[in-house]
Design a protein around this ligand. Sequence first.
Ligand code: ATP
Ligand code: MG
Length: 346
Amino acid sequence: MFENTDDVLARLSEQGYIADKSVATVVYLATKLEKPVLVEGPAGVGKTELAKVTATALGRKLIRLQCYEGLDEAKALYEWEYSKQLLYTQILKEKFTEAMAGATSVRDAAERIGREDSVFFSERFIVPRPLLTAITSDEPVLLLVDEVDKSDPEFEAFLLEVLSDYQVSVPEVGTFDAKQKPVVFLTSNDAREMSDALKRRCLHLWIDFPDAEQEVKILESKVPGVDQRLAEDLVELMQGLRKLDLKKAPSISETLDWARALLALNATELDEGLVQDTLNVILKYEGDIRKAQGELGRLLVRKSVPQEGEGAVAGPAEPAADAPAKPATPAKPGEPAPAAKKGRLH
Ligand SMILES: Nc1ncnc2c1ncn2[C@@H]1O[C@H](COP(=O)(O)OP(=O)(O)OP(=O)(O)O)[C@@H](O)[C@H]1O
Ligand SMILES: [Mg+2]
């Protein structure tokens, strides 16, 4: 387990996960108090990843239950293995015939077969699904109930039972108590509000988009090899894009995808042409792309003073660095992207 919140921060960072103090505090308390954590926040901010890296940091196996509409107990808890039961009845046919020998009526024969029920409804014929696997595991595990908001409210109620007692009961077999209490993470994208009962049982963690400093650190950790200046410019632009009223704000995953795309294009600087050409890596709706294109001029404000060792900025002379910012002209949709211009964001 973790020693304190600093230990959480250090061990998550060893896995390439850059957390802040509030995240580390909740993770520490969850393990210390043995309480599930409900992690909420926009898409792509690292909710699922947090559970994965915590499992690795704790040396626990990750057991994942992916939720969706219509998910039921059979898929989440256990199922009877019908084909195996059938196979056993075929193999044991003779024994059944023996058991039924001397039966005086159909009812009597059924009674005699019924006495053998427990053979077929025993642990031998149970297919454990993630929840039962997590409860019955001999090794300590981390259970991730991912995107719990996509499941139905009935499933949420059932989950509550499991989470309150760390216990599962199979009517024909009995009750399974957790041998080792699993560390539990639930994630939600807010597709629907979680019940108060669930919230009450969990520690709550809201992960928002990171600030620029943290996002640069994440970028450096996840995409080594990206030039620091490029990373800073890229993050600054992402932070600006998130302030626009977009249908789907770009998240950390898009920042990482974009950095990888720019690396693949051997880009060392962020210029307007390059941004125009690669906007589709970070924005997934045509309307968002058009809106961002319209704002690029404002977002991509350049410094005019050439950096040491750089050539002059292309285009007409630009004002001094401390002069009011002059917006760059965005390319019109459909037009070829303008030639790469040098310049820094600020
Ligand atoms: N703090 C972080 N440190 C390092 N990498 C991060 C961090 N946050 C997010 N990432 C990276 O961002 C990507 C998206 O993360 P993840 O899939 O966990 O997001 P999510 O919040 O679960 O999204 P969704 O709601 O769409 O499932 C992953 O590649 C992950 O490694
Ligand atoms: Mg996720």
